[in-house]
Design a protein around this ligand. Structure first.
Ligand code: SAH
Length: 223
């Protein structure tokens, strides 16, 4: 079933005016990347969650998407994307681990030519795939698997963004980074002080780690 223009444009609390206020808030929170802000202004975040929550979709909060999972708050989506875009080399091909609603992938898909995204919960994977199709994305590949293994046959990636927190960074993800590429990943136990890290692969064997800020993510669950 195709989405109507009205559904995509939204009304009231999902209208363009409400979205513009979200962008204003993101600027106040320190997000500076203009092309990213423009994409976040346009992508209909309210379609990536249950209709009952749509009126809250442009608030700066994480919201439930079922199965104990959440769509990340707009600030965190913006911050992680900005860290990825700050890479010094061209970004052609990116891996996201934790598709969830598909919102983060949809943002990346407007900025980067090719996106691979992996989800472990079948219902979420199917819903995200359907919505991304309805919105006309042709450059986002979705798959159902344990993303802590990455996607070996598609590696190396120009960047990897993980939206669920492992206690330790999975080795496979480090190995699937191109030289110079960045891994954006929250780590640590849920409720016990997680931090967002940027890990850059500086040479074949060397990695440089930077701690960005404290965060709250659902756990990365291994198969
Ligand atoms: N990026 C998502 C955020 C979803 S929350 C969005 O924009 O909505 C994190 C997601 O990671 C959840 O859907 C969860 O099921 C998924 N996840 C957790 N462990 C995983 C794993 N090992 N492999 C793939 N997905 C995983």
């Amino acid at each position: 079933m195709a989405l109507t223009r009205l559904e995509i444009e939204g009304i009231g609390m999902t209208s363009q005016r409400t979205r513009d206020r979200m962008i204003q808030r993101l600027r106040e929170q320190g997000i500076k990347h203009d092309a990213l802000l423009e994409v976040m202004r346009k992508v209909p975040r309210h379609l990536f969650m249950d209709q009952a929550l749509a009126t809250r979709s442009y608030e700066d909060t994480a919201l439930p998407i079922g199965h104990g999972q959440t769509i990340s708050q707009p600030y965190m989506v913006a911050r992680m994307t900005e860290l990825l875009l700050a890479s010094e080399q061209p970004l052609e091909k990116i891996l996201e681990v934790g598709t969830g609603s598909g919102y983060q992938a949809a943002i990346l898909g407007k900025l980067i030519p090719k996106i691979y995204t992996v989800e472990r919960i079948q219902t979420l994977y199917k819903q995200a795939r359907q919505l991304l199709d309805e919105l006309g994305y042709r450059n986002i590949r979705t798959s159902l698997s344990d993303g802590s293994w990455g996607i070996n046959y598609e590696a190396p990636f120009d960047g990897i963004l993980v939206t669920a927190a492992p206690e330790e960074i999975p080795q496979a993800l480090l190995e699937q980074l191109a030289i110079g590429a960045r891994l954006i990943i929250p780590t640590g136990k849920q409720g016990e002080g997680q931090v967002l890290k940027v890990v850059t692969r500086t040479t074949e064997t060397d990695y440089q780690e930077q701690v960005i800020e404290t965060v709250q993510f659902v756990p990365l669950v291994r198969a």
